[in-house]
Design a protein around this ligand. Structure first.
Ligand SMILES: NC(=O)c1ccc[n+]([C@@H]2O[C@H](COP(=O)([O-])OP(=O)(O)OC[C@H]3O[C@@H](n4cnc5c(N)ncnc54)[C@H](OP(=O)(O)O)[C@@H]3O)[C@@H](O)[C@H]2O)c1
Length: 333
């Protein structure tokens, strides 16, 4: 039996583009080793960190060579199982990669609840949602009376973080690139306001929108926006450094300015979601009821078919996505 996969056509030395990838056929293994699952991928998650992995910039991970499997979290259906805890038909998440049918070690697979949705397990209920929960509730400790700001606010982490902060009673201001993203942030995610950082007067608009200044800030991009925000935060504000998407492909990451850190007595936290994986259930116990009640809204930016994964990834790398970037690999999903 054959399946399709996507691999690199050449080493990545710049921002990845569609032509850096190649779609090809490969064999599906006839037999499974003990503890393995054969799975059919329903959705593949495309995440900014994959761009840094492809360039060998991600926390010591080696860049995949052309022709090697590409990393990617998936939600998938079990077709065959040689592990006692999994049966055909089960819905699982795990790193299956950029394939239609693949093999997953049962020890790295996680059974998920189909009633809570399918694609949501890669977004609001997946790694980006857990990141947002950890940043807002465990590090920034946002609550009623806070003014919370977040950039890349139309995206998976930023959009979820702002919604959580608002549900906890904060006033929430997003920062996003362009009027369409800001409309999404205000009208669908329900933030109190959103400022388009591409507008020439954005810093003044941000000052107006945040009044006396943010008391908490989640940084997702790592560019000059950070300087402008730090110039306006209140004394004692909590700053969570979460992402550096601009640095994954561009120049050096932003450098923290010492003056506001000292004079405003800021509390700066670095966030790595891996530290919170063991606490995923805490987030799911909150998030699933919020989703059912319509209080937490997932927004997905979906491409159809594995063959369109490279173009959709280029779209994410260019910052054109609105919401969680996903590929619906199985048309019936
Ligand atoms: N620390 C952790 O453990 C952890 C875990 C998950 C994610 N993250 C990080 O959190 C950030 C957001 O992740 P996400 O999955 O929610 O992504 P996302 O926000 O859905 O997509 C990335 C967004 O970043 C903005 N952006 C600004 N400069 C960019 C550039 N040079 N290239 C591409 N995008 C650019 C764009 O929005 P605008 O147009 O609005 O600027 C883009 O839509 C990323 O930096 C990611 O690596 C960190």
């Amino acid at each position: 039996m054959k399946t399709m996969e996507v691999v690199l056509a050449r080493p990545i030395v710049d921002v990845p583009v569609t032509s850096d990838f190649q779609v090809r056929e490969r064999d599906v293994p006839d037999r499974l080793d003990d503890g393995q699952l054969l799975v059919r991928v329903l959705y593949l998650s495309l995440d900014p960190y994959i761009g840094s992995v492809l360039r060998g910039r991600h926390m010591g991970a080696r860049a995949p060579a052309p022709g090697e499997p590409l990393p990617g979290e998936c939600v998938a259906e079990v077709l065959r199982s040689s592990a006692p805890d999994f049966r055909p038909g089960d819905l699982v998440t795990g790193e299956v990669g950029w394939v239609e049918i693949g093999v997953l070690d049962a020890g790295k697979a996680r059974l998920v609840d189909r009633a809570a949705g399918v694609a949501a397990h890669l977004g609001v209920l997946g790694m980006p949602g857990l990141t947002a929960w950890a940043g807002v509730t465990q590090l920034a400790r946002v609550g009623a009376g806070d003014v919370f700001a977040v950039d890349a606010a139309a995206g998976a982490v930023g959009g979820t973080a702002g919604q959580i902060a608002r549900l906890l009673g904060a006033r929430v201001i997003g920062i996003a690139g362009g009027p369409a993203k800001c409309a999404l942030v205000r009208d669908v995610y329900g933030f109190d306001d959103c400022v388009d950082y591409r507008a020439p007067d954005w810093a003044d608009r941000f000052a107006q929108a945040t009044g006396d200044g943010p008391t908490a800030y989640l940084e997702n991009v790592g560019t000059a926006v950070l300087d402008q925000v730090l110039a306006r935060v209140r004394v004692g504000a909590r700053i969570v450094l979460c992402g550096m998407v601009d640095h994954y492909h561009g120049g050096p990451p932003a450098v923290l300015p010492v003056v506001p850190l000292i004079t405003r007595r800021l509390h700066v936290h670095g966030l790595v979601v891996y530290d919170f994986l063991a606490r995923r259930q805490e987030w799911l116990d909150i998030a699933i009821p919020w989703m059912r009640e319509g209080r937490l809204r997932p927004v997905e930016d979906v491409a159809d078919g594995l063959a369109n994964a490279p173009a959709h990834f280029e779209r994410l790398m260019r910052g054109h996505n609105q919401g969680k970037a996903l590929v619906r690999v199985d048309a019936g999903a």
